[in-house]
Design a binder for this molecule. Structure first.
Ligand SMILES: *Cc1c(COP(=O)(O)O)cnc(C)c1O
Length: 389
């Protein structure tokens, strides 16, 4: 990220930051208040309003932090289990381990690559407390099925919504679904909007939000004493728990507020790029990503191709060949059941995850970002055609 952009090489992702963002960050710095303050509070209110459904938003310095705070506030700890898809980033699972809880990794649906509801059901034990569905690539999981399961078994649903701004399910924005305890968005550099580093946890339960706000900043509760006296001095606070340091700075929030204003326009650009890929790559030996159901929004954070048996080149060689043609690609993800920590802790074998296995060996993510030009996308399509047609 620190290198000057190479005009000839198209990176896998590039943040979509304009003069309005730069001006907002400069104004925040000139204001004299750079850490959490009025910008962060305004960002939370605007984000909650964008999601809708009367939710509260808790700004944090990463989605990982938000997921951790959500599980902590739900009381998840040692002896508990949470269910996580294997085809995700390690952050989805690691937060349970921070709290001493255990992770049950499960397989994904072959078509959507989102967590498979039947696999979730099969993994439920008397110790299961929560599931963390991941809206893979920006396509919503089957939330009706997952919420029904959660209700039947008394489980919390904490959505890893890192890819899912703005995604809908049942016509409602992810983040506003009544059956979930929390949904957590990421503003990492390559996500659909960015604050450099940052995240937003969205919850509807006021008690949960209050606990997350306290734990976000060292376990400091500024309201506890104020409840008993109206004469609380401004310097007074009470520490009620060994909390974390997860607050979002005003510099980041100022950037986020401008990005949020542009998020629908950026989503439209991503959707247009995805539509062109779906059209111009359809005759190649590829399984193209699943589209959203009719009238639902897909955030198109990722555009994940899977090579079919007819392809004359393997995945690794294709990524190398595309790099030589000036196109940066990535893989989302090496499944967690193949990562040494998760594999060894739970003695996992690839055969337990047939769909994630089949998918990851054939998959690559090609550039899809709102700042990408038509000409740049044309270069990606031409490079793929040269290698695969
Ligand atoms: C990016 C990402 C995260 C982590 O987000 P951070 O803001 O970097 O903590 C978690 N889960 C998934 C699926 C992600 O893609």
């Amino acid at each position: 990220m620190s290198q000057a952009p190479d005009q000839s090489f198209l990176p896998f992702a590039r943040p979509d930051i304009g003069e309005a963002e730069i001006a907002a960050v400069a104004a925040a710095m000139r204001s004299g208040w750079v850490t959490t303050g009025p910008q962060a509070r305004a960002f939370e209110e605007e984000f909650a309003a964008f999601i809708g459904g009367g939710v509260q938003a808790v700004a944090v310095n990463s989605a990982t932090a938000g997921l951790h705070l959500a599980l902590e506030a739900l009381g998840i700890g040692a002896g508990d289990e949470v269910i996580v898809p294997s085809l995700t980033f390690t952050a989805t699972a690691e937060v349970a381990r921070y709290l001493g809880a255990d992770v049950r990794l499960v397989d994904v649906d072959a078509r959507t690559l989102c967590v498979d509801a039947a696999a979730v059901e099969a993994a439920i034990t008397p110790r299961t407390r929560a599931m963390l569905p991941v809206h893979y690539g920006g396509l919503a999981c089957d939330m009706a099925a997952l919420h029904a399961l959660a209700e039947r078994h008394g489980l919390h649903v904490v959505e890893d919504a890192a890819h899912a701004l703005p995604t809908t399910s049942g016509g409602h924005r992810i983040g506003s679904l009544a059956g979930s305890s929390a949904a957590v968005f990421s503003f990492y550099a390559n996500k659909t909007m960015t604050t450099g580093e940052g995240g937003m946890a969205v919850v509807r339960d006021a008690k949960l939000a209050a606990r997350m706000r306290v734990m976000r900043l060292h376990g400091i509760d500024r309201d506890a004493f104020a409840r008993f006296t109206s004469r609380t001095p401004a310097w007074y606070y009470e520490v009620v728990a060994p909390g974390f340091k997860y607050n979002m700075t005003d510099v980041a929030a100022a950037l986020g507020r401008v990005q949020l204003q542009r998020v629908e326009a950026m989503a439209q650009r991503r959707a247009a790029l995805a539509a062109r890929y779906l059209e111009e790559l359809r005759d190649l030996p590829l399984t193209l990503p699943a589209a959203a159901p009719e009238r639902e929004a897909h955030a198109w954070h990722l555009f994940v191709l899977r090579l079919t048996d007819e392809a004359r080149i393997g995945r690794d060689d294709l990524i190398d060949a595309l790099a030589r043609r000036g196109v940066g690609c990535s893989v989302h993800y090496v499944p967690l059941h193949r990562q040494p920590y998760w594999r060894d802790r739970y003695a996992l074998r690839p055969e337990q995850f047939p769909q994630a296995e089949a998918a990851w060996q054939r998959m690559l993510s090609i550039p899809l970002f709102s700042a990408m030009s038509d000409e740049e996308q044309g270069r990606v399509i031409a490079a793929l055609r040269a290698e695969l047609a």
